[in-house]
Design a protein around this ligand. Sequence first.
Ligand code: HEC
Ligand code: HEC
Length: 275
Amino acid sequence: MKPNHHATTPRVDDIDPTFEPWEPSRPIPIFLLAVLIALALGGVGMYLSDLAPWADAGASDPVASIPAAPVTQAAPASPDSSTVQNAPVLVHAGRGSVWSCASCHGDQGQGAGSTPRLAGLDETYLAKQLRDFAAETRLNESMHYVARELTDQDIAEVAAYYASLPVPRLVLPQSDADLDRGRMLFEKGDWKRNVPACVSCHGDQGQGVGTSFPPLAAQRPEYLFNQLAAWKGGHRHNSPQSLMDDIASRLSYRDLYAVSNYAASLPGPGADAAH
Ligand code: HEC
Ligand code: HEC
């Protein structure tokens, strides 16, 4: 029987002459090649991560491993240039985990929605807010993340930079707020509720007064409302003597909405001269 004979006694011809149990000539070079490539890639990776500016911060702080916003222009490498023109670079390009301010506050510092306008705000007020965010006496995640990496020098420079920008004209959409009630609160307050007029501290046109009282005019209505709601809800605590906490907590949300929309509709300093 031919098949049987075949199965039980294989002939020498049936054995593959090239078969070798360990195949020494082929797998080992491929294996070695793989190891070498892995080592080379690892080395390049370590080299690149050493070059990256956030490498050190990433080691100590898990938050810092969040990728930075796109940077359009590199921070100056030499210490000389960084002391001269630091503010425009921080504002428009950012530096590592300090995201570009303009990416949220707009190219002209005009703000958007609940992100405030910074252009034309008082320098001392701006610096105070940045320190408050860093120290978390004023709570905001984004601003805390940005401000904690700023040096005193950075804070002084960006505050001076934004203070020097002209107040952009704010064109508001039609709102359903009760603007008469808003105007009443703004100019006269509500004495039944022990709420003083906004103008008594923020200026007769809401333009802001001195270094402590920020403008309300030409500020984003969403932002104004957000801040008043934060005081009312106990989330912003940094106004001197809890002034704003008390005022906001005595008004209804409807009133906060009305006065925010009214105040934002005022032109603000310099805006009239511009057109
Ligand atoms: C990721 C977005 C984002 C970036 C980047 C950012 N900000 Fe802000 N900033 C905000 C928001 C949102 C608020 C409002 C916070 C709140 O509701 O309390 C704010 C508030 C502020 C305020 C308070 C203004 C006021 O009227 O009280 C200052 C000052 C400020 N930012 C400065 C800066 C500076 C300077 C930079 C750049 C170094 C910067 N911000 C980068 C989002 C951002
Ligand atoms: C007794 C003085 C006083 C009165 C009256 C007053 N405010 Fe203020 N307000 C302040 C001070 C001081 C600050 C700044 C707090 C800080 O340093 O963070 C402020 C801040 C604000 C801010 C935050 C602005 C920003 O850029 O973050 C808003 C909004 C505000 N006030 C709205 C009002 C409204 C609306 C009224 C009237 C109903 C009013 N305020 C009446 C003292 C006052």
